[in-house]
Design a protein around this ligand. Structure first.
Ligand SMILES: Cc1cc2nc3c(=O)[nH]c(=O)nc-3n(C[C@H](O)[C@H](O)[C@H](O)COP(=O)(O)OP(=O)(O)OC[C@H]3O[C@@H](n4cnc5c(N)ncnc54)[C@H](O)[C@@H]3O)c2cc1C
Length: 509
């Protein structure tokens, strides 16, 4: 597809929603052009708590539609991406006189188990915290806990895999490409876009515009399109801290704080524990969101209320922050604002259509995309049936419970790689791990090692197939090797990537 043609759909934003919409639309036969001003998933979509969850907490705000849809998505997404998504059990300790009575938690978990089409995920059970290993790292505050199921997702990779699949189905995906302006010219849109690396601008035309700019959605409406619509989303920052592994148990903890908020403590990247999150209203450029001193204090203090060993500032090895673009429903507290999504369309009848995405969760991105493309078909005509519920994401074409078999098969095919490397590669790339290893017969055949088992073969794969241009793209979004990389190693990787030549032609574009 050439960039100067009139495309059916132009998507602003390469987060989970933009990439999910591009994939669904391309698969139904639309021509799609997506522009992301930075790296894929560089906005909110790499800064989540990484749960594919119904959102037990949202039941308190009577968000039954959202919770049901999200619960139903858990197994759909897991089945389609069993490399980057896996089941996780959550331990929710409680005590008599706690902020939520046991009957309320039991009722919530009963709904959780029964309204969401659960087939493979195990049901809730009650734990005796005096005897269950889950009680071991905790202070002796709790005699009981509920243990329930949700799923874990590698959020940034889910974005890239959607972009990859969209491109494989014909979509044009441009990263480091900012939409400077979008104007209606009768029944189509004319957009001015800027390649931020080459510093070149270009005009692109499309019949329909999707504004999936996440926390920038209002900026696009008010400034880029220039149709002042006021405020549609409320920007709420959430931060996480990562510390060295705090407990050996493979389960995650769900703690209810004294202030009514909740935090999770989740096993992370084998050697770490992820703790979050916070909720505070945010103003400014969402890319600049950074954890504040008070958020660090809050998370350390909240976790220390529960763990025998306190969580101290010095324990923190990494933090990240992101901004939720929550649909502005007028809720007074950030934590109470709806997590549901709203798609608002305007135009048609001779005026080029625009559809805006307000709000949403990683968990519901596929349903959001499906609903969006149904709406698009309302404007541009029907092209195909919804198809993504049964379609694996790249590398996810193996049985839902077949992860260990994939690792074993990879080790049989490449006996020179250590078990930890095989596990990591299958977790990130699924069946496509074989593409990275290719015809290698020894570690030396994978090229130079930049650090922490990241070899040249993987770096080249990411550059050629996944739009990764910088060390940051590779170390913090396509992989989390950044947790193990030294400053010198990072610089050496950046130097290598510069030599590779800046923007690489990503296959099938
Ligand atoms: C702290 C936190 C925890 C969360 N935890 C969870 C969770 O556990 N589970 C869950 O399901 N959801 C969770 N969420 C919600 C989820 O992360 C978001 O709803 C989702 O990532 C939003 O995706 P998006 O594509 O709409 O936005 P984004 O990912 O922000 O994507 C928008 C993109 O648009 C680009 N853009 C903006 N302007 C332009 C322009 N002019 N030109 C080109 N590109 C542009 C930006 O660079 C950005 O990459 C969490 C959110 C936060 C903040």
């Amino acid at each position: 597809m050439n960039a100067s043609a009139i495309h059916d759909i132009f998507v602003i934003g390469g987060g989970i929603n933009g990439c999910g919409i591009a994939r669904d639309a391309a698969g139904r036969g639309f021509s799609v052009f997506l522009a992301e001003m930075d790296d894929l998933a560089s906005g909110t979509s790499s800064g989540s708590t990484k749960l594919i969850h119904g959102g037990l907490r949202y039941l308190e705000f009577y968000e039954f539609r959202l919770v049901r849809e999200a619960l139903m998505e858990r197994e759909v997404l897991w089945r389609n991406a069993p490399h980057i998504i896996w089941p996780l059990r959550f331990v929710l300790p409680y005590f008599r006189g706690g902020s939520r009575p046991a009957w309320l938690l039991r009722l919530g978990l009963f709904l959780y188990d029964h309204i969401g089409g659960r087939k493979l995920l195990p049901a809730t059970r009650t734990l005796d915290m005096h005897t269950d290993p889950a009680g071991k790292p905790l202070k002796p505050l709790f005699s009981k806990a509920f243990e329930y199921s949700d799923c874990w997702v590698n959020d940034a990779r889910m974005v890239t895999l959607n972009a990859r699949d969209a491109a494989d189905r014909g979509a044009i995906i441009r990263t480091r490409t900012k939409v400077l302006s979008a104007r209606r010219e009768g029944d189509h849109w004319r957009l001015q876009i800027e390649d931020r690396l080459a510093r070149k601008t270009e005009n692109v035309s499309a019949r329909l515009l999707v504004n999936a700019a996440g926390p920038w959605v209002d900026h696009i409406l008010n400034d880029t399109i220039g149709e002042s619509t006021g405020r549609n989303v409320r920007l709420v920052q959430g931060s996480h801290i990562v510390i060295a592994r705090k407990f050996d148990d493979p389960r995650a903890y769900f703690f209810q704080n004294k202030d009514g908020r909740i935090i999770f403590a989740i096993p992370y990247e084998e050697d770490f524990t992820l703790i979050g999150t916070t909720d505070r209203d945010y103003e400014g450029d969402p890319h600049l969101a950074k954890i504040s001193e008070s958020e660090v204090d809050y998370l350390c203090a909240a976790a220390s209320d529960y763990f025998v060993e306190p969580v101290k500032r010095d324990d923190i090895v990494w933090t990240y922050s992101a901004v939720r673009p929550l649909y502005d429903d007028g809720a007074s507290k950030a934590q109470e604002a709806t997590r549901d999504y709203v798609l608002k369309a305007e135009g048609g009848d001779g005026r080029a259509p625009l559809i805006n995405v307000f709000g949403g969760k990683i968990t519901t991105y596929r349903r959001l995309s499906e609903t969006m493309v149904d709406k698009i078909e309302g404007f541009l005509g029907k092209r195909g049936q919804p198809w993504t519920a049964e379609a694996p994401l790249p590398g996810g074409d193996f049985p839902v419970t077949g992860f260990d078999d994939q690792v074993a098969a990879l080790r049989r095919a490449y006996p020179f790689i250590a078990a930890r490397i095989a596990r990591r590669l299958v977790r990130l790339y699924g069946t496509r791990a074989k593409t990275i290893l290719g015809s290698a017969a020894s570690l030396a055949d994978l090229g130079c090692c930049f650090g922490a088992d990241l070899y040249e073969a993987e770096v080249r794969y990411l550059a050629e197939n996944e739009w990764a241009l910088t060390a940051e793209d590779m170390l913090w979004r396509r992989t989390k090797r950044g947790l193990h990389f030294s400053k010198d190693e990072t610089e050496a990787l950046d130097a290598f990537l510069r030599e590779l030549g800046g923007r690489h032609s990503v296959a099938a574009e």
